[in-house]
Design a protein around this ligand. Structure first.
Ligand code: ADP
Length: 160
């Protein structure tokens, strides 16, 4: 069985992330979407909130499993039996860091491959940071995130 892992912060999930999830789920038998702890970012949503929002969004894709992890990425991939890590690439600016990480990961777990999937041109501008910035000003989020989670973002904004 071909198993892949798509990791990220997903704070929150965007239409760009969802596009990568949909396309990857057609290539692999099973796709794990893993919300990872990123100690260098101060998240808006908790790990549980983020994974629950993704679960709601991908409920119709039956080979997609949503989970959370605070483990090292390649160790986690090995543990769940994923031979491939998927990374989305928006622009050249994503590439430098991802290239370094892919090479470092290859040294630690040589049998795990990193596969880069280019962003759909519609979403190359889109990041979770852009979404949070737009939400601050009350912009319509329909072009940026799955409609199932718009209310969660607005509620979080009102909490603050
Ligand atoms: P960000 O906070 O920048 O959105 P994440 O850590 O949540 O980043 O991203 C998880 C993965 O999704 C990364 O591989 C990232 O490159 C990819 N990604 C993020 N946004 C997009 C997009 N708009 N199109 C394609 N891939 C994306």
């Amino acid at each position: 069985m071909r198993i892949a892992l798509y990791p990220g912060s997903f704070d929150p999930i965007t239409l760009g992330h969802l596009n990568i999830i949909r396309r990857s789920s057609r290539i692999f038998d099973k796709l794990y979407v893993c919300v990872m702890v990123n100690s260098s970012k101060q998240p808006m949503f908790t790990l549980e909130e983020r994974s629950e929002m993704i679960r709601r969004t991908v409920s119709r894709l039956d080979n997609v499993i949503v989970e959370t992890s605070d483990e090292m990425l390649v160790k986690h991939a090995k543990q769940i039996g994923a031979g491939v890590i998927i990374k989305g690439l928006r622009a050249v600016s994503d590439f430098d860091w991802e290239f370094q990480m892919a090479l470092a990961n290859k040294i630690i777990e040589p049998e795990i491959e990193t596969l880069f999937m280019t962003s759909s041109s519609k979403y190359t501008y889109l990041s979770s940071t852009v979404v949070k910035e737009m939400a601050k000003y009350g912009a319509d989020l329909g072009d940026f995130v799955p409609r199932e989670i718009i209310a969660d973002i607005l509620a979080k904004m009102n909490d603050k």
